[in-house]
Write a protein that binds this ligand. Sequence first.
Ligand code: FES
Length: 156
Amino acid sequence: MTTQQDLARRQVQAVLQAQQQQAGALLPILHAVQDTLGYIPDWAVADIAQALNQSRAEVHGVITFYHHFRTSPPAAHTLQICQAEACQARGSRALTAHAEQALGCSLHGRSGDIGLEPVYCLGLCATGPNIMLDDKLVSRVDAARLDRLLAGVKEA
Ligand code: FES
């Protein structure tokens, strides 16, 4: 095991020690592990299951039920497109379809260094459709503007 894996395992053990005695600990633990490591590795599923006296299948079932949880490292860049009602009324579905075609992946998918994710309201409903590209919030995004933003990411 590499030093990096040792560190990750110690981080997961710290999360487990801090939270495993709480009622309903599984979801907070999964959030904490993903917040710490960026995703939930297979080996962590085994550690979590053992700590909570659950089967790996039970833990895996919860992970796969929620799209929020990742089982592989996140993409270097994340494009989130608002799917909430106000942005839908302003064209976010068509924008999402364009993004899926441009990237060659579906929502929750990944194309190279860019992950495509839904988000449900970014708080600027009057200026949709809105996106988050990494930590940058962009409003009134149409297909052409999205293409320019993605080209900028690919060139960086
Ligand atoms: S509905 Fe998209 S920002 Fe609120």
